[in-house]
Design a protein around this ligand. Sequence first.
Ligand code: PFF
Length: 445
Amino acid sequence: METQSQWGSKLGFILASAGSAIGLGAMWKFPYVMADNGGAAFLVIFILFTMLIGFPLLLSEFVIGRHSKTYSTRSFGHLTGNRVHNLIGHLGNIGVFILLSFYSVIGGWILIYIIRTLFALVTGGKQQDYEGVFGSLISNPLYALGGQALFIGLTALIVAKGIQNGIERASKIMMPLLFVAFIIVIIRSLTLEHAMTGVSYFLKPDFSKLSADSILFALGQSFFSLSVGFGGMLTYASYLDKKTDLTQSGLSVVLLNILITILAGLAIFPATASLGIEAAQGPGLLFIVLPYVFDQLPLGQLFYLIFLLLFFFATITSSISLLEINVSNATKNDNNKRVKAVILLSIGVFALGIPSALSSGLLSNTKFLAGTFFDNMDYLVSNIMLPLGAFLFSIFTGYLLDRQIAHSELVTKPYQEPLFKIWIFLLKFIIPLVIIGVFLSLILK
Ligand code: PFF
């Protein structure tokens, strides 16, 4: 028997969806890639892609999820009567499993750093050799695997508690805290000497620095950071009542995601500028540059701890959405099977994640195709599966789904009528073309 869950409130749905969107994409990948790609110019392109490509795809996930009211590997065929269309759901279901396997590696690093920083605060120790410490931590299999296991365990605990008591409650606590913590760090960052150099770097666009690669990346980032293409937003919308306005909720999620992306820049760039440090330092920004920056300031360790917690909230509210997609498909929305599915899937994700966790240590010299095992998993998911999923979502909604279904889900007020037409146009023509263009340029490179 299906015991389909429901969100307790519209706010719960929006915060959980924003929680899924806001994660390593907006806060970890974005700042350093932006620093590499012309600062504010990259931000402008990213916002443009988010509004014209990410947002329409988000609405398409919402429409399919709420109308079918079922899990992602069944919803497509359920709406069109053709089970072949469910392959889109299967692609996403496999994609999120792989994604979580290496997403949790970074989640584990964050947890290890939280524990370290807490210790340092208690013992009053100052760090030195930031790069060396980071390198030795992530290359130590005990820490890498232990952190990853802990992160998956925490994710599993929340998902096991179900939609209202687990995911909704966690999002309602963590998302507001995320904003409060951000504001605290930003005030600290903006009141540093030379902070404005960082702000102007971040807000004054230099379009000459944009390359073809930056545009490709901005596009990929617009799917990744909105969690579209794998059916995560579809899954969350399947737990939604009929009253909630999808366009408004979608817009809230998109704006919150853009806001956090900007806040992350405002927290990081003034701090690095103040000490005259390059922000373009790859993933080490969070673990090497920022601890150094904060260590130079009064109460720096405390602010660094807040910063890490902020990352932890953002990461775990995304990982619970990843696991939830697998769980809803494995249980076919039967809540009686939830706990068992959570346990088995978590073990599976951890097992697949082992080589990724070891990619910075024992397996760091094992390289093929895109680099280490971790790099390959990331490449497969971010550059192939996710854009393919997004492409199929746009084709499905633009060409295969009954127009009336989409209309009944999206148009509840007269002003939404013209927006609906633009939405269909983008899904039918612009989005598939842009994605094909990106694929081709990747292959021909
Ligand atoms: N949006 C998440 C982030 O930016 O970290 C990643 C993500 C979550 C992608 C869920 C896809 C997904 F279904």
